[in-house]
Design a protein around this ligand. Structure first.
Ligand SMILES: NC(=O)C1=CN([C@@H]2O[C@H](COP(=O)(O)OP(=O)(O)OC[C@H]3O[C@@H](n4cnc5c(N)ncnc54)[C@H](O)[C@@H]3O)[C@@H](O)[C@H]2O)C=CC1
Ligand SMILES: O=C(O)[C@@H]1CCC=N1
Length: 276
């Protein structure tokens, strides 16, 4: 788990794009004490988004280039199809002191360097929205002129809001399919479990709280005991008991294959985005 508070980072953070993922990251970093709002610069053509960033103390700028002028770490947090454009806007003002961190799904290091220039220190990260609550699962790879200092900096940022692993770039599509998109699968699971509880007679608020806490507790058991999830499942499953009746229904519905297929489909989509 990320530490409750992190030592303040002596860097200014910029966001090119102030959407959902930028917000989750900015708020998560502020909550952990890594940066204060007055060290965050942002740009977005949507005034609702810049006003929201302003409301928590960030400074909106008129252009992406102005964000770069007022930041050391620049998060590229626009949709994949806008990445080349925003990087071309900041390219003229990039210096050796900038670390450019793209979180865009499917946009390769080659494309990032092509757009940002051969001297850019480029890091590609695939995070997920739980960075808002200090529990992101992220992976990164380095490109361009990015060096060990850039890696350390990006690691410091993401370790303040969860966990980050360094992987070969060829694995980032699978990371996207599993943990990048994964919160959506888990939210669907929580919603469905809560619906089941309501169907069985529980009040909605209690059903949702029980469902979410069950996912949290089970995830913690996997992480803290290191025991195989199958063995942990067996510990819950009494002969002729209640759990095996539920497990049998999940197997009948092909739940495991559905989760595997979801990860593979999202991975395939990430690979497709790389080729566009
Ligand atoms: N939402 C998620 O869970 C995750 C998203 N990502 C990646 O993060 C990136 C952003 O995704 P979201 O935050 O979900 O999208 P979003 O649509 O919420 O945010 C993108 C923002 O970029 C702004 N924008 C569009 N053109 C711009 C420009 N020229 N300059 C500055 N801002 C511009 C849009 O107005 C919007 O507010 C995507 O590339 C996505 O692949 C990565 C991991 C998880
Ligand atoms: O759905 C998407 O394309 C983005 C990337 C990973 C999570 N959300």
């Amino acid at each position: 788990m990320a530490t409750a508070t992190a030592p303040a980072l002596n860097k200014r953070i910029g966001f090119l794009g102030s959407g959902q993922m930028a917000e989750a990251l900015a708020r998560g970093l502020m909550k952990r004490g890594l940066v204060s709002g007055d060290r965050i610069a942002c740009n977005d053509p949507n005034p609702a988004r810049t006003n929201l960033f302003k409301s928590f103390g960030a400074t909106p700028y008129e252009s992406n280039a102005d964000v770069a002028r007022n930041a050391d770490v620049i998060f590229v947090a626009v949709k994949p199809q806008h990445v080349a454009q925003v990087l071309s806007e900041v390219r003229p003002v990039l210096t050796e002191g900038h670390t450019v961190v793209s979180i865009a799904a499917g946009i390769t290091i080659d494309k990032l360097v092509e757009a940002a220039g051969p001297d850019a220190h480029v890091v590609r990260v695939m995070p997920n929205t739980p960075c808002l609550v200090g529990e992101t699962a992220a992976a990164m790879c380095l490109g361009g002129k990015a060096n060990a200092d850039d890696e350390k900096l990006v690691r410091t940022i993401f370790e303040a809001v969860g966990k980050i692993y360094t992987v070969d770039e060829k694995l980032l599509a699978a990371v996207t399919g599993l943990s990048g998109s994964g919160p959506a699968y888990v939210f669907m699971m929580i919603e469905a479990l809560a619906d089941g509880g309501v169907r069985a007679g529980l009040p909605r608020d209690i059903a949702q709280a029980l469902a979410a806490q069950t996912v949290l507790g089970s995830a913690k058991m996997v992480l803290e005991t290191g025991t195989h999830p199958g063995a942990l499942k067996d510990m819950v499953t009494s002969p002729a008991g209640t759990t095996i009746a539920g497990v049998h229904e999940l197997e009948r519905a092909g739940t495991r294959a559905a989760f595997m297929n979801a990860v593979v489909a999202a991975t395939d989509r990430a690979n497709q985005l790389s080729k566009m």
